[in-house]
Design a protein around this ligand. Structure first.
Ligand code: NAD
Length: 476
């Protein structure tokens, strides 16, 4: 398979100005897939120039035309979904079913926002005093910098590209260094369907921080949409403050999963597997801490252990495996260290707990007797590790669930009325009741507290890339 591994600036693929390249590694065997062009600061400035040059004409393009280009990209990605998934697997390491799931989810953002492009709302009304007509128009915010992480290299990019392009904004996409190939493939699809030059640009600056800050501080750049860790998001908010750039932040999570006394155990075990093992646990929405009522604890642990034992960990291109590799040896070692510390602090290792000899694989793992407040309940695990905390009182479970600086996602399993009541008390931007997955392009995705600012997807996603303009008319 030929893989694009260059920068895309002003409608052209080209190497970085400094001639440097960096390795893109296959985490399943640590082989070098290819060497990707490293962008210099000048390349990043050229990308901003190209996006700024294209902004006026792209904003003036008919919404229907913008929508049709996005729809055409959706159609190509549908036709090429296996190729799309294969690129994701090779550089990210996830399982085949996770990659197909991500490819399908990712392309849906193009279809959803193709339909939203033609429904941008405005207002027209008489002022309370009756002296003027208030017209509120929504206009594209302008050149948008989109920064994405490695864990969902396709979906995190389309969740930003699709609404930005639908709104009439030109874009600069900066993927994670571990996973630039998926981004390059999607940008090429947008070129193939006829997106004009300069409307989407792709840069991979090495090192990263200084060129990114310089891009944010160019006056033409009016929006930063970032998905990644809370630490980096916080630093970038400081950078945005310097030139008062609008920022949307999708940051880290530490999702609790509460099993109530009345939970249906079939639904709960199946939901927990999805909430935890999807993407090998490397998801901001992954259930990080499972709080199980004492009356159901042993049954839950026994049933879950049996399900975990049936999962096979291995290379994503082997379609029989359910769990793939972590993105790098460094990520695998972080997970291993968290488990080791938890065990040294008194947790019981019920299943798994080992790194593979070769490749960035870590066993599916189950820890019980975990103490709420210990390190593993405070940190995003980002690996296939279930941690179980026992509780006796539902109020106590809610208190522990909310005892985190994060507030992205939460899960509740139980009798529906009780589960809904608990869902209402959880500090999270999203709550799944009796199910393991919530993500849907048609629903608002985002967090509270230190999990972020703003929402992606749904009908709000496009608003992040639009600015309101109030025009006053004299009423006659
Ligand atoms: P990261 O913060 O290390 O990197 C994210 C992106 O920022 C990458 O493109 C990276 O190259 C870039 N970056 C890193 N340092 C930078 C700097 N100083 N200046 C500018 N850019 C910089 O995150 P990651 O390890 O790639 O991804 C994992 C994190 O992402 C987890 O915390 C996870 O919870 C979070 N995440 C959140 C969501 C969400 O929607 N809330 C979704 C997926 C992942």
């Amino acid at each position: 398979m030929t893989l694009l591994a260059d920068l895309f600036i002003d409608g052209m693929w080209r190497p970085g100005g400094g001639g440097e390249r960096f390795d893109v590694i296959d985490p399943s065997d640590l082989s070098v897939i290819t060497r990707f062009a490293a962008a210099t600061e000048d390349d990043c400035m050229a990308a901003v120039d190209a996006a700024a040059e294209a902004q006026t004409s792209w904003a003036a393009t008919a919404p229907r035309e913008r929508g049709e280009l996005l729809r055409a990209a959706y159609d190509v990605l549908t036709e090429e979904v296996e190729r799309f998934a294969e690129i994701i697997v090779r550089e990210n390491g996830k399982s085949w079913s996770d990659a197909i799931g991500e490819a399908n989810y990712a392309k849906e953002f193009f279809r959803w926002f193709a339909e939203e492009a033609v429904r941008i709302p405005g207002e027209y009304r008489l002022s309370p005093a009756g002296d003027k007509r208030i017209v509120v128009d929504r206009q594209p915010i302008g050149v948008s910098l989109l920064i994405t992480p490695w864990n969902f290299p396709a979906a995190m990019a389309t969740r930003k590209l699709a609404p930005a392009l639908a709104a009439g904004c030109t874009t600069i996409l900066k993927p994670a260094r571990e996973t630039p190939l998926t981004a390059a493939y999607m940008v090429e699809v947008l070129r193939r369907v006829g997106l004009p030059s300069g409307v989407v640009n792709l840069v991979t600056p090495v090192p990263t921080a200084a060129p990114v800050a310089k891009m944010i501080n160019r006056p033409e750049v009016r929006k930063l949409s970032f998905t990644g860790s809370t630490e980096v998001g916080r630093d970038l908010l400081h950078v945005c403050a310097d030139s008062v750039v609008s920022a949307s932040m999708e940051l880290g999570g530490n999702a609790p999963l509460i099993v109530l006394p009345g939970a249906d155990m079939d639904v709960t075990v199946e939901g927990t597997l999805l909430a935890k093992m999807r993407n090998g646990g490397a998801a901001c929405t992954a259930a990080n801490r499972v709080y199980v009522h004492s009356s159901r604890h042993d049954e839950f642990v026994e049933r879950l252990t049996a399900e975990l034992a049936a999962l096979s960990v291995g290379p994503g291109l082997d379609r029989s495996r359910q769990v793939g590799a972590l993105v790098s040896i460094a990520e695998r070692d972080k997970v291993a260290a968290l488990v080791e510390t938890a065990v040294s602090e008194g947790a019981t290792l019920v299943h798994g707990g080992k790194s593979a000899e070769q490749g960035a694989f870590y066993d599916v793992t189950l820890l019980t007797d975990v103490r709420h407040g210990s390190g593993i309940t405070r940190t995003e695990i980002f690996g296939p590790v279930v941690t179980v905390v026992r509780y006796d009182d539902v109020d106590e479970a809610v208190r522990m669930a909310n005892d985190t600086v994060y507030g992205l996602m939460a899960y509740v399993f139980g009798e529906e009325r009780e589960a809904m009541a608990v869902a209402g008390r959880l500090d999270a931007g999203m709550v799944a009741v009796n199910r393991g997955v919530v993500s849907d392009p048609a629903a608002p995705f985002g967090g509270v507290k230190q999990s972020g600012l703003g929402r992606e997807g749904g009908s709000d996603g496009i608003l992040e890339f639009l600015e309101e303009k109030y025009i006053a008319l004299t009423a006659h």
